[in-house]
Design a protein around this ligand. Structure first.
Ligand code: NAD
Length: 495
């Protein structure tokens, strides 16, 4: 009883603190509002407006005017502003992490990791953005010169997911702002408070308020953004289903679109892997980090039948050792999932698999009443799975994994390929040459040897087939996507 009261008091305090922050942004009431919930308690912590199509259009108009000035701001000045922003991210890390944890349920240590990764990403952009803006001459004779200029796209829209809200949105807005674009930012309805944190720090760093503007709202607001005429580009991170809708909105306006979508990423453990326990640890982390809610989470595991039993023993022990609990506690590794509705989706995948013959070697651990109101799903490991089961086909996006025994590389490869997605794949084995041979065969954007579920600012991040369209985030390629080339022919006048 005392604990319930304490939880209620904490939720009310969180709500008061967020609402006062929102007053600073003069957040208005609109015809429809949505609740922001704390997934660990189920309590409402803020209420935000769904921007209407008219409000979205008005914000876009403001940005069109702002972008004209912003693109003329000297590169060094734009750089200074984003450097200050990055410094503010670093200095505000505890607050930013707390907002993320409270709004989305990400365990605090992982929330801090996300802010650190965002700082690294922005640093990479700061170090490299001038390279993609540099004009260059491709031909020069006594009569003619041909050169290429690189110009910003204009106003770009950034419609973002909630699972790494600082990181996935900074991938877009930091690169876009540095290269001279203005940004209309539509955070996920499950991560809008982090959106306010981002806006606050960008303005504090000196980004003009007609160069970066946020629009809150759910899917309807997203469609209004995607339907805008005159966008320079639309950069979307989210589900396959929404990606298809976005593409249908942008197509009639011929807007450049990048879709970073979901995955069903496989990991394969070959029988020659030198250290089965190390492979199990890496894959368990890849499957359960961020409660399994990463686009590149390991979503299905194939293990050679000769080491299947040994692998399962290590894997189960490791997952059992992950602390499930209050995401604000520093030692918590698995918190609640972000959305209440997802609990029944995960339960339906487990039921479908078990009805078809799978076994749950782990599916308990939430008996305490502390979990009663939050959106907690028990970490679940299924064995004896196969590809007739949804858990091996559809993105789970939760603390749930299926592990299947396979007979050698041929069967592993066939199963790894059996998916409409193409984001990442990992191979755990002794020699890199064998891993590379398998990874080159797979139609995925990223391949890993003896590791998984990671990103690097220096490498391009892209999804193939159902995992993305026109996507390249990160690396020099990821910066280049925010500029467009202009060809210039110069010819001396005929004497
Ligand atoms: P989602 O598709 O439900 O929502 C994403 C965004 O789209 C939100 O801002 C939402 O409000 C908006 N939206 C919803 N309906 C819309 C519509 N009809 N038109 C326009 N906008 C609309 O996805 P989510 O649940 O926020 O994110 C999880 C998904 O994102 C997972 O599939 C995950 O794998 C994927 N993801 C991919 C990457 C990547 O790099 N490939 C990174 C992070 C997340």
């Amino acid at each position: 009883m005392v604990m319930v009261e304490a939880k209620k008091t904490m939720a009310m305090a969180a709500r008061r603190s967020f609402q006062s922050q929102l007053r600073f942004f003069k957040v208005h009431r609109s015809a429809t509002m949505f609740d922001v919930l704390n997934p660990a308690t189920g309590q409402t912590i803020a209420e935000l407006p769904d921007d209407s199509a008219e409000e979205v259009a008005a914000k876009f108009g403001v940005l069109v005017a702002g972008q004209k000035r912003w693109k003329a701001v000297p590169l060094a000045e734009r750089r200074e502003v984003l450097e200050r922003f990055n410094e503010l991210l670093r200095l505000n890390m505890p607050t930013l992490a707390k907002t993320l944890t409270t709004e989305m349920g990400k365990p605090t240590a992982q929330a801090k990791n996300e802010v650190r990764a965002t700082v690294d990403r922005v640093n990479f952009y700061l170090e490299n953005y001038e390279k993609v803006l540099k004009e260059h001459t491709v031909l020069e004779t006594t009569r003619v010169k041909e050169k290429v200029l690189y110009e910003p796209l204009g106003v770009v829209a950034n419609i973002s997911a909630w699972n790494y809200p600082y990181f996935v949105s900074a991938n877009v807005f930091a690169a876009a702002l540095l290269t001279g674009n203005a940004v209309l930012y539509k955070p996920s309805e499950y991560a809008s408070l982090t959106g306010f944190e981002i806006s606050r720090l960008l303005y504090e760093a000196g980004v003009p308020n007609d160069v970066f503007v946020m629009s809150t709202g759910r899917g309807g607001t997203g469609s209004a953004v995607a339907s805008l005429k005159g966008l320079g580009g639309l950069y979307f991170t989210g589900s396959y289903k929404t990606g298809i809708e976005i593409a249908s909105h942008t197509a009639p306006n011929l807007v450049k679109v990048q879709l970073e979508l979901g995955g069903k990423d496989p990991a394969y453990v070959r029988k020659d892997v030198p250290n089965v326990a190390a492979a199990a640890l890496s894959i368990a982390d890849g499957a359960f980090y961020n409660c399994g809610q990463s686009c590149c989470s390991v979503e299905r595991v194939y293990v050679d039948k000769q080491i299947y039993g040994e692998f399962l023993d290590h894997f189960t022990k490791i997952v059992k050792s992950f602390k499930v609990g209050d995401p604000l506690e520093p030692e918590t590794y698995i918190g609640p999932v972000a959305r209440r509705a997802h609990l029944s989706f995960l339960a339906s995948q487990v039921k479908d698999a078990m009805d078809k013959g799978a076994h749950a070697i782990l599916h308990t651990g939430l008996e305490s009443s502390a979990f009663a109101d939050g959106f907690y799903f028990p970490p679940t490991v299924l064995t004896d799975v196969n590809h007739t089961m949804q858990v091996m086909r559809d993105e789970s996006f939760g603390p749930l994994i299926g592990i299947q025994a396979v007979d050698r590389d041929e069967e592993a490869l066939t199963l790894m390929k059996d998916t409409p997605y193409g984001l990442t794949a990992s191979v755990f084995c002794k020699h890199s040459i064998d891993a590379e041979e398998i990874l080159r065969e797979l139609d995925v954007g990223t391949g890993y040897w003896n590791c998984c579920d990671r990103v690097s600012p220096r490498l391009p991040w892209s999804g193939r087939r159902g995992s993305g369209l026109g996507t390249t985030i990160g690396s020099i390629n990821g910066l280049r996507t925010f500029v467009q080339p202009k060809a210039i022919f110069l010819q001396h006048p005929t004497p």
